[in-house]
Design a protein around this ligand. Structure first.
Ligand SMILES: CC(C)(COP(=O)(O)OP(=O)(O)OC[C@H]1O[C@@H](n2cnc3c(N)ncnc32)[C@H](O)[C@@H]1OP(=O)(O)O)[C@@H](O)C(=O)NCCC(=O)NCCS
Length: 222
């Protein structure tokens, strides 16, 4: 008999039993709201700024990822040592009270460029690389709540990183990330954004006592 996929996030292993319930408050809030009335123009994008943002991010990341991110990670997000971009909506309650909620988030970091991930370099680009320290942007995490998936929110967040690369005057060479091999939706997402699968890391992840391969996806401006 075929097993029903009960995962809320495809970042969890296909046979996981640990990802069947929401934990962030936003889901119960949305149960009383007409979601279709919330358009893309109602979504604001900004970095993590407050402890409330951080508390929401922690719970959402637990829903999205089977890997635990520690206090050091979240402190770095709050103090800006690693960069963030959150998608936020404002809910207006019948009492007139307004409350903002995170519905998507990307956490990324500037890292040193690795030449092994550079593709189709001209001799001029090799020359620049030799004389100029080049960096890369590494996507550490990206997620969108189920209720708002498929509306282009993650695409918009990745586009902002692409803009940063294009405006960096070639000091940022590419965007890259690691992901687990079974996450087909994420693979399709990155391919649609023009990322190339550059490497397979054998047994890179240990998730729920099982080992899985990892993929490295890279986006480089043409
Ligand atoms: C991967 C994820 C971030 C995508 O977010 P999203 O906001 O729904 O993505 P977008 O709406 O911007 O999708 C853009 C493209 O990605 C692909 N895509 C996204 N979701 C898809 C799905 N469920 N099935 C097939 N393709 C999908 C499509 O090509 C889509 O373009 P299209 O709508 O024009 O066909 C989201 O599914 C998610 O949060 N997943 C759980 C956490 C996770 O796996 N994060 C990635 C870890 S590496």
């Amino acid at each position: 008999m075929q097993q029903i996929d009960q995962r809320l996030s495809q970042a969890y292993p296909p046979n996981s039993q640990n990802n069947t319930r929401y934990i962030a408050e936003i889901h119960s809030v949305l149960a009383n709201v007409k979601i279709d009335d919330i358009g893309f123009k109602d979504i604001k994008f900004r970095k993590v700024q407050t402890k409330r943002d951080l508390e929401q991010l922690k719970l959402l990341q637990q829903e999205w990822f089977p890997i635990t991110y520690g206090e050091q990670f979240y402190n770095s997000v709050l103090n800006g040592r690693v960069s963030s971009l959150i998608a936020e909506i404002e809910i207006k309650y019948p009492t007139g009270r307004k409350e903002k909620y995170v519905i998507g988030a990307m956490v990324y970091q500037q890292r040193q460029c690795k030449t092994k991930y550079l593709q189709n370099l001209t001799w001029k680009q090799w020359f620049c690389l030799f004389f100029q320290t080049q960096n890369a942007l590494y996507i550490m995490t990206i997620g969108v709540i189920n209720e708002f998936r498929g509306r282009g929110i993650a695409e918009y967040m990745v586009e902002q990183l692409k803009k940063t690369v294009l405006q960096s005057n070639k000091t940022i060479a590419y965007i890259y990330l690691d992901m687990v091999d079974y996450n087909e939706i994420a693979s399709r997402f990155y391919q649609k954004q023009g990322f190339n699968k550059m490497r397979i890391k054998k047994n890179h992840y240990m998730i729920e006592n099982q080992t899985f391969d990892g993929y490295v996806y890279v986006w480089q401006p043409i």
